[in-house]
Design a binder for this molecule. Structure first.
Ligand SMILES: *Cc1c(COP(=O)(O)O)cnc(C)c1O
Length: 458
């Protein structure tokens, strides 16, 4: 008999979670104005809102926490982080920040000016927020395959090089802050970018004299997919693939809450000393002194260990196979999702699962509420609410895809939890013909409205 696959860790500490009744959940979600962000975590049984900062740290990371050096300037923890970034990613300069969006805020304060454009592959929401806040424009150049959830293309995070070149031709290089390459591409479904495509983007960046920034939250998951799917990389280690990827980058912003498996933290890394120096001023203003930037010494230590563990094959294999397992369960039940399964999440195709809810009534949000009511599983909408209004016309934007993201935290849930998630979705799917109405917005913030939006059931 073939020996089945099993996790590459065992469990040393547990945290109880609690089931609730349907009546309780109906009351709580109504009190939360049907915004899943507004629920308290005690009202949630399985939390798939995000994989950001929600993973379980290892024994090695907890041990490193105890060795944190809390000196204001020049702490050992800072040098641990510096050495790890140099060894794994190859950058000489870096600034710690308290999380990914802080890295964006500091770096974009140097590089993004009013009227600029930032081409890239489906920019992440805070990235886009920081671009639009500076009255610049994010231009999406993702390949068209990403817009069809049933297309099995293995690198749906790729940039369409023709679309990118058209942008690079259209604008003078002074107007292009940088190219922003998101690895993996979160917004289009945790989909990877191939090494070939990275090389192609790099070639265009050099040809037109613009900087190339990697938005790097899930760079290690991206490297795993390159190893598994791209010819010529099957025998390379994850760390070798990561080093090659970053040879092509001028800059990176990192949300360490993802692939560095810590609860908080981030950084910017630079090839250019000049840009590093300019960013330093903003780091000191917004984040903290350059050798801690909003992080404690113990957190920097855990981050350094996390970068090392997060780029090990066995860890990534366990992680990504669990996400794929959820995909297999949904296949069994005929539930459509962005294929192939992504690195950190399954993105359910809400337009296919709830075909009777009009787009103006937010089908993915409707599905998220139904899933919560079913069993206390919290997910997040990646659809029209997240897409927000056009900054100029203030009209609602309806993106091609209306998705419900089921983000899987690292080293946190077992496959029994995955079975609960899949069965709950199946129950909602079985009721799809009775679900014909969604929600209307009763309150929204002027930017990044999804975090605080309030809704009313129609
Ligand atoms: C999470 C994320 C960010 C922002 O990082 P935070 O740590 O949440 O501030 C930026 N880009 C991508 C691709 C992300 O996934």
């Amino acid at each position: 008999m073939e020996i089945p696959f099993a996790e590459s860790f065992r469990i040393k500490m547990v945290e109880p979670i609690r089931r609730s009744t349907r009546e309780e959940r109906e009351r709580w979600i109504k009190e939360s104005k049907y915004n899943l962000f507004a629920l308290s975590s005690d009202q949630v049984f399985i939390d798939l809102l995000t994989d950001s900062g929600t993973g379980a740290m290892s024994d090695r990371q907890w041990a490193a926490m105890m060795l944190g050096d809390e000196s204001y300037a020049g702490s050992r923890s800072y040098f641990n982080m510096k050495k790890t970034i140099k060894d794994i990613l190859g950058f000489d300069y870096f600034l710690p920040t308290h999380q990914g969006r802080a890295a964006e805020n500091v770096l974009f304060s140097v590089l993004v000016k009013e009227g600029d454009v930032v081409p890239g592959n489906s920019h992440f929401d805070t990235t886009k927020g920081h671009i639009e806040f500076r009255k610049a424009t994010a231009i999406d150049c993702t390949i068209d395959e990403a817009g069809d959830t049933q297309n099995e293309y293995p690198f749906k995070g790729n940039v369409d090089l023709e679309k990118l070149e058209a942008v690079l031709k259209q604008y003078p290089k002074e107007k292009i802050s940088f190219i922003c390459l998101t690895v993996t591409n979160n917004t289009s479904g945790g989909q990877p970018v191939s090494m070939e495509n990275i090389r192609g983007v790099h070639t265009l960046a050099k040809k037109y004299g613009v900087l190339l920034l990697f938005d790097s939250a899930r760079f290690a998951e991206n490297a795993y997919f390159i190893k598994m799917r791209e010819k010529g990389y099957e025998n390379k280690t994850i760390k070798e693939i990561v080093r090659e990827m970053y040879q092509y980058a001028d800059l990176m912003t990192m949300s360490a809450k993802k692939d560095a498996i810590v609860n908080i933290g981030g950084f910017i890394a630079f090839r250019s000393e000049e840009i590093y120096r300019q960013a330093t001023t903003f780091n000191i203003m917004f984040e903290g002194y350059i050798t801690y930037g909003g992080m404690s010494g113990r957190d920097m230590n855990a981050l350094a260990v996390g970068l090392d563990e997060g780029t090990e094959f066995d860890y990534l294999d366990t992680r990504i196979r669990q996400v794929a397992y959820l995909g297999f369960k949904l296949d069994e039940y005929g539930i459509a999702y962005q294929r192939p399964a992504g690195g950190h999440a399954i993105f359910v195709d809400a337009l296919k699962v709830l075909p009777n809810v009009p787009r103006e009534e937010f089908p993915a949000q409707t599905l998220g509420v139904e899933l919560y009511l079913e069993s206390g599983v919290r997910s997040v909408e990646i659809g029209a609410i997240l897409a927000d209004r056009d900054p100029v016309t203030r009209e609602n934007r309806y993106p091609k895809l209306e998705l419900l993201r089921l983000a899987i935290s690292r080293r946190t849930y077992t496959n029994n939890h995955i079975d609960v998630i899949a069965a709950s979705l199946k129950n909602v799917y079985d009721r799809r013909n009775e679900i014909t109405r969604g929600y209307k917005i009763t309150y929204e913030a002027p930017i990044m409205r999804h975090f605080t939006v309030e809704l009313e059931k129609l």
